[in-house]
Design a protein around this ligand. Structure first.
Ligand code: PMP
Length: 391
């Protein structure tokens, strides 16, 4: 007689096979066979010499993708949110003033994260689909005197690519760190961490990099390190404490590496491979391809009579497109129809764009004219077959 009172679950007797889908939502994107295969290599120890070599390769790959020479560059074991928390938890101490630029959900989330650690959170806000001017930023910094300001480069909830030129200088004139979220833009739009004066930059693995979700590249400038490594209080999270992580990743200059946590070994293999793909293709080629494909897509949408949510062409995010929800339709019916009949994921809005837009992400290997043609076909088919009320 068994002593177990919970029997083995019947559902686990069946082998799971993942469906094949075109992952054209705002993420995760499809993982190409080469990157999947890298993740299927045998697990080795997270502190074996070969693993340290892989981590060192990842650091070089991130330095290339971010265009930075920062020593403190690594990948957090977690998704984009872990990197957001890592940036904020390490750079901000309780009671300090921060400024969050809110032009979509990500500034809102960053504000909530900072609030949870007892920071004094100030915000500047602009309507979804638009950007701040450098003068708006200058005035807000003069008013709030924050020690950290956070911007989202690619606002995946609204489809805006926020210009970054000049903001770094403004922040530094106000003695403030410039933190940028490039989760949805890195690899798909020009970004130069060092020359743009970015102090903390982070991204995720599952968008343009086409790796599985679960690792999040992050880098700290010397100015950021000066603050982060001279705090009065310890960061609230042990797991995300940069003094531990910098040692684990071999970027604190110390010879001995101390166990901190068990890194997600196979996810690191995949991340390394995805960075190798980006390096092979060339960063500038990747930026150009995303831009060209986005313009081709936007033209196709307008030719179908659909409207783009972001009015100003110059600030449209090339990786994630927001389409004004077609009037008279239920957007949920459209996304479900396309999933069911075309095995293709596109999504509805998020945060301030809920109910207002459809979002299509064409990132990394999915950024091609062939993918655009597929999405346009699927949308045409959905608009023909989904229920339309009189507008
Ligand atoms: N920032 C931006 C701009 C994003 O698009 C996302 C993911 N949609 C995140 C942060 C959070 O990343 P994750 O879902 O990997 O935690």
């Amino acid at each position: 007689m068994s002593s177990l009172y919970v029997p083995p679950p019947k559902c686990l007797e069946k082998r799971f096979v993942a469906p094949q889908r075109h992952m054209f939502g705002p993420g995760p994107s499809n993982v190409p066979p080469r990157i999947l295969a890298a993740g299927a290599e045998p697990v080795i120890g997270h502190m074996h010499p070969e693993m340290f070599e892989i981590m060192s390769d990842i650091r070089s790959g991130i330095q290339y993708a971010f265009q930075t020479r920062n020593k403190v560059t690594l990948a957090v074991s977690g998704t984009g949110h872990a990197a957001m928390e890592c940036a904020i938890f390490n750079a901000v101490e309780p009671g300090e003033d921060v400024l969050m630029a809110v032009n979509g959900i990500w500034g809102e989330r960053a504000a909530e994260i900072a609030e949870r650690i007892g920071a004094r959170v100030n915000t500047i806000r602009t309507p979804a689909g638009s950007c701040f001017t450098n003068e708006d930023i200058n005035q807000a910094l003069a008013r709030h005197k924050p020690c950290v300001v956070l911007f989202t480069h690619g606002e995946s909830s609204t489809g805006v690519l926020h210009p970054l030129d000049g903001i770094g200088d403004i922040c530094h004139r106000h003695n403030c760190l410039f933190v940028v979220d490039c989760v949805a833009s890195m690899g798909g739009a020009p970004l130069y961490m060092d020359t743009q004066g970015i102090d903390i930059l982070y991204t995720g693995s599952q968008k343009v990099l086409n790796a599985p979700p679960g690792t999040a590249p992050i880098s700290f400038s010397e100015r950021a390190c000066e603050k982060v490594f001279n705090r009065k209080t310890k960061p609230v999270s042990f797991f995300l404490d940069m003094s531990w992580l910098a040692n684990y990743w071999g970027c604190d200059g110390k010879l001995a590496r101390i166990y901190h946590h068990t890194g997600p070994v196979t996810n690191f293999y995949s991340l390394r491979e995805s960075l190798a793909v980006l390096a092979e293709q060339g960063l500038e080629n990747s930026w150009c391809r995303h831009q060209e494909v986005a313009e081709y897509f936007h033209e196709g949408l307008e030719n179908m009579g659909l409207r783009l949510f972001v009015k100003d062409k110059n600030v449209r995010l090339p990786t994630v497109t927001t389409i004004v929800a077609p009037p008279g339709y239920d957007w949920k019916e459209i996304t479900s129809y396309i999933m069911k009949n075309h095995k293709l994921e596109i999504s509805g809005g998020l945060g301030p764009s809920v109910g207002q837009v459809l979002r299509v992400g064409l990132m990394g290997c999915n950024s091609s004219k062939a993918s655009v043609d597929m999405v346009l076909e699927a949308l045409k088919d959905a608009l023909k077959h989904c229920h339309k009320s009189r507008v």
